[in-house]
Design a protein around this ligand. Structure first.
Ligand SMILES: O=C(O)CCC(=O)C(=O)O
Ligand SMILES: [Fe+2]
Length: 472
């Protein structure tokens, strides 16, 4: 453990420290342990802060506060500030953000989004994504063909207009979902040391980690990943032309909480049924036979992620997950009642907050459906905002095909007038490349489906960006 990590760890193991932040730019607190009064100018300039929102001012507040409490940056201490006045705001510095210390107690610059990608202070709820009742297809045994027809129409509209929808009456028992949520919380509540016993690494991307990067900016979250098929045999080489052998991805189950594995496997069994039904409905909505997509899942690379988003000192600078599209077929997301997911509305590019609906699942089509449908449906950008007071949990179930699948537009959906818009790509290599680039900050863009997009007209040049050019 480095000197710096040790300091951060020691501070976080203490109780949280109530901070008094003055609108004039002063911050007061009692030193943890000794109870000594301390204060600090936290505003380097004469600018006043809007007292209602501590974190809306100054890029480095989070970094600065943690430096302050870890003994760094003594320079400003003790200087009087000409604009101090009496307006006070009490702010709890979430040192106990993780009951256990973790690398995320401070906002280091790797978390900070470029200004144009930061969440806006106001949340837009608008009418939100469509809510679809699946009972005609799932929970009732004798639905009329009309009811199913209407449902398929709803799915088609939702996929076209939003790329996202919520489902209710989906057949997944609520108790099972609650059990996973509760065991996930217990897992993340443990010490970092305990969680790191199952940490992922470059060779095996399954298990725990808190350093995921989306578009090369670190996400304010920690996760635990596991796969439905275990083990999964993946290509060892990222080079499209190279048969570089295979590697195995294997689930790493922690000893604590001991029931995590069993509960997760029970959850998988239930969500798998929902996933099959959704794939059927989506096939029908593309005027294909219900079972058209089934062969792609004889083996699967479907994985489940337990997400924990701790409270964040600077929720206007960082994101729980940066803007991205999901690379796979479908995502079936369970979110808790805190909320944070935002979807980029297709009509105007506004970020729309997805209001939590108890016991609903949020479904989005991923990049593979975009390619299979030859752009009839589009995978839509989304992101997760965090907040300064409440931790949030979510569980995405990423439905992915067999690693050896060549992803390309389905023959039935292309013709002379609507030729295939993508060159086929090997899913296993794509997936492995993505996993690697999410693992650490790289200097280049992550691999994306548009790297496989064919030129619109007439151009013969090869537009495929080779995988080895993307990962360096
Ligand atoms: O936590 C969420 O609401 C969404 C997470 C997400 O988009 C992802 O992990 O791909
Ligand atoms: Fe996502």
């Amino acid at each position: 453990m480095s000197e710096r990590e040790r300091e951060v760890g020691e501070v976080r193991e203490r109780e949280s420290v109530p901070l008094l932040v003055t609108a004039g730019g002063k911050l007061r607190w009692r030193e943890p342990g000794s109870g000594r009064r301390r204060w600090w100018w936290w505003l380097p300039s004469r600018r006043r802060i809007p007292a209602r929102n501590l974190t809306s001012v100054g890029g480095g507040v989070g970094r600065w506060l943690s430096q302050l409490l870890t003994g760094g940056g003594r320079r400003a201490e003790g200087r009087r500030h000409p604009h101090l006045h009496r307006h006070h705001l009490t702010y709890k510095l979430p040192i106990s953000l993780h009951q256990s210390p973790s690398a995320m107690g401070e906002l280091d610059p790797t978390f900070i989004q470029e200004p144009e990608h930061r969440p806006k202070p106001a949340v837009i709820e608008a009418h939100g994504i469509p809510e679809i009742d699946l009972s005609p297809y799932i929970t009732s045994s004798s639905s009329s063909p009309n009811a199913i027809h209407d449902l398929v129409d709803e799915i088609r509209d939702a996929c076209k207009d939003w790329g996202f929808f919520q489902v209710i009456n989906h057949g997944v028992p609520i108790e099972i979902r609650e059990k996973v949520q509760s065991v996930a919380k217990r897992f993340f509540d443990q010490s970092l040391e305990e969680k790191k016993k199952v940490k992922r690494d470059e060779a095996n991307p399954l298990g725990y980690y808190d350093t995921e990067h989306t578009k090369n900016v670190r996400d304010w979250k920690e996760v635990f990943d596991f796969m439905v098929d275990d083990p999964v045999v993946m290509p060892a080489s990222y080079d499209d032309d190279d048969d570089g052998g295979t590697v195995e991805y294997t689930n790493q189950w922690p000893h604590h909480p001991s029931e995590l594995r069993e509960v997760c496997e029970e959850y998988v069994k239930e969500v798998q049924k929902l996933s099959n039904k959704l794939l059927e409905l989506i096939s029908l909505s593309l005027n294909l036979p219900a079972n058209r997509l089934e062969p792609f899942f004889k083996d699967q690379t479907t994985f489940i992620r337990l997400n924990h988003y701790p409270p964040c000192l600077a929720p206007d600078l960082a994101l729980g997950v940066g803007r991205h599209k999901d690379a796979g077929v479908l995502t079936i997301l369970a979110q808790d009642d805190v909320g944070g997911l935002e979807v980029k509305r297709k009509i105007d590019g506004e970020w729309i907050f997805v209001k939590p609906t108890p016991n609903a699942f949020i479904i989005n089509v991923g990049d593979i459906i975009q390619v299979w449908s030859n752009d009839t449906y589009e995978s839509v950008e989304h992101r997760v905002r965090v907040n300064s007071t409440r931790e949030r949990f979510s569980i995405p179930y990423f439905v992915n095909p067999a690693p050896y699948t060549v992803v390309e537009p389905l023959a039935e959906l292309t013709n002379e007038r609507n030729p295939a818009r993508y060159k086929g790509y090997n899913w296993g290599k794509f997936f492995a490349t993505r996993k690697l680039s999410n693992f650490k900050k790289l200097n280049v863009e992550n691999i994306q489906i548009y790297h496989f997009k064919k030129p619109d007209e007439g151009k013969i040049e090869d537009v495929v960006t080779r995988v080895e050019n993307v990962v360096i």
